[in-house]
Design a protein around this ligand. Structure first.
Ligand SMILES: C[S@@+](CC[C@H](N)C(=O)[O-])C[C@H]1O[C@@H](n2cnc3c(N)ncnc32)[C@H](O)[C@@H]1O
Length: 302
């Protein structure tokens, strides 16, 4: 009240007791609408200058973009909106502050970034966080390092909106897609690199074995000109190649007798993806093969 009685309030003022820069005052009456219901003071949540310094420190003097947020600000937001163990999504990751703070605060997180700095900065920053980086909020939350993360790059889209293939998709791309849509695990984890296919110069038709099912892909002429449509159709001939590829893996099949090998068989059925199937239903049933058509059955699994 004493200040109010002194007369009209100033529109501008000088900082540092009149010796600093000029600042404009904004009054509630000039703002209108709904006044803010909470206030984050910069002494509590930091400011852009602090954020820039944090980012420059973590990236050894470089910054991927101009307007990072201070870790303290994101910490306040996560304290309000989340509990430990919650999943935090930042689909515009930028310099990775949200993921870094979420990790240090014991939240799980997903970060999405389309720029190259996803790899050159965000992943590098998160590696440092895991290793116990001590900038930002680390001291406040007693961060000592720990945990981990996976870094993925999106592959090409293989299906159009109408379910048709987007183009001539390479075998490995299709294989990764089929494997993931079936097993919900990345294909790269399947150690098939050293598996040699029986036919010289071709890859194995067997993508791998997951929880008792062998996954096979007949696609993009993998079998060259040995069979119908370059090997994209399940026939007696392509079946022979699949069986040879399964044996070449040497990791157990239903065809092996117990006396040959005491190990339990590693798969009980075979899922084959191909353009078409020329085998009759009783044959498929006897061989415990489930046929799925590419791309139709991929669309229905999205
Ligand atoms: C303003 S920055 C992110 C700020 C960050 N979340 C923070 O709080 O500091 C926006 C980022 O989103 C990325 N971006 C823009 N559009 C995107 C999209 N469609 N998918 C993924 N990232 C995108 C940009 O490359 C940029 O790095």
């Amino acid at each position: 009240m004493a200040v109010l009685k002194k007369g009209p309030w100033p529109k501008f003022y000088f900082t540092k007791n009149g010796k600093g820069g000029i600042r404009r005052k904004t009054y509630l009456s000039a703002v209108g609408d709904v006044p803010p219901t909470n206030l984050f003071e910069y002494k509590d949540v930091g400011h852009t200058d602090e954020a820039k310094k944090e980012v420059l420190k973590v990236f050894d003097g470089q910054s991927p973009f101009a307007t990072p947020k201070p870790e303290r600000l994101i910490k306040r937001v996560l304290e309000i909106a989340t509990d430990e163990g919650d999943l935090v999504l930042d689909s515009f990751l930028g310099s990775g502050t949200t993921a870094a703070v979420a990790h240090k605060m014991g939240r799980r997180w997903i970060g999405i970034e389309m720029g190259d700095h996803a790899k050159t900065h965000c992943a590098v920053r998160m590696k440092k966080v895991v290793d116990g980086e001590q900038g930002g909020i680390s001291k406040a939350v007693k961060w000592q390092g720990g945990g981990g993360f996976r870094y993925y790059e999106l592959g090409e889209a293989i299906l159009n909106e109408d379910g048709s293939l987007t183009g001539d998709i390479p075998f490995d791309v299709m294989a990764a897609h089929v494997w993931f849509s079936e097993t919900k695990t990345p294909w790269s984890e399947c150690k098939i690199e050293n598996v040699k296919c029986k036919i010289e110069g071709t890859k194995s038709t067997v993508l791998g074995i997951h929880e008792g099912t062998a996954y096979v892909l007949l696609y993009n002429g993998i079998l060259k000109d040995r069979s119908v449509n370059g090997g994209n159709v399940l026939t007696r001939k392509t079946l022979e190649v699949i069986q040879a590829d399964l044996s070449a893996r040497g990791d157990g099949s239903r065809g092996r007798s117990p006396s040959q090998d005491a190990r339990p068989p590693e798969y009980e059925k075979i899922v084959v993806y191909g353009e078409a199937c020329r085998l009759m239903a009783p044959t498929l049933e006897a061989l415990k093969i489930e046929f799925r058509q590419t791309p139709y059955d991929l669309v229905t699994r999205r």
